[in-house]
Design a protein around this ligand. Structure first.
Ligand code: SF4
Ligand code: SF4
Length: 189
């Protein structure tokens, strides 16, 4: 980064999750298929906060039909973030998101992708909050409901619904490059 923002530690639960080598900011070769797409609005905010050119933290690729079918079952808005399956996703460095540091995400909270700020909670097409079930998520271990997961992460329902509403707005007007004028580089090796 040309200027590194101050480290913004995640909640202690997420910090422990990262320190244990897990967490939702990493993806192995299979997990890359299931990475969510970024909207143009989110990329612009991330570029401003980090001082980086989008080409340094975004990869453009094609989402698999399997992942697109999964997203459609989750909520149709996610397909709007990947028109014709064209996905703009976070760049990885040896399996870690390029923004992941020792203290967690190096982006200020308000500049992080909206799905990062909501994960693992989402709003389903019926307007209900739900959890994306993951064995690797510490917040879900021992939790008996989405409310317990939410409380464990220090989240609240109004904030989550606000974030989801913002994601809906950005997804509705999302456009893939060239509108974004991304100087896209090849995916990671
Ligand atoms: S942007 Fe931050 S919160 Fe999102 S995956 Fe990367 S490191 Fe994690
Ligand atoms: S949201 Fe879950 S998977 Fe992500 S860092 Fe926190 S505890 Fe780990």
């Amino acid at each position: 980064m040309s200027h590194t923002p101050p480290a913004t530690p995640d909640t202690s639960l997420c910090a422990r999750c990262h320190q244990a080598g897990g967490g939702c900011c990493r993806a192995d070769s299979e997990g890359v298929e299931y990475m969510f797409g970024l909207t143009r609005g989110e990329i612009e905010i991330m570029a401003q906060a980090s001082g980086l050119d989008p080409s340094q933290f975004v990869v453009a690729d094609q989402a698999s039909p399997r992942f697109l079918a999964f997203l459609e079952s989750l909520h149709p808005l996610f397909l709007q973030t990947m028109p014709r399956g064209r996905r703009l996703r976070l760049r990885l460095s040896r399996g870690d998101c390029c923004f992941l540091g020792e203290q967690g995400c190096r982006l200020p909270v308000e500049a992080r992708p909206l799905y990062c700020r909501m994960y693992p909670l989402f709003v389903n097409p019926h307007g209900r909050l739900m959890v994306l079930v993951s064995q690797a998520c510490l917040a879900q271990q021992g939790a008996r409901s989405w409310r317990e997961v939410m409380r464990g992460l220090g989240q609240d329902e109004a904030t989550l619904r606000g974030l989801f509403g913002r994601l809906q707005e950005l997804a509705a007007r999302h456009e893939v490059a060239p509108a974004l004028k991304l100087a896209l580089r090849p995916p990671e090796g």
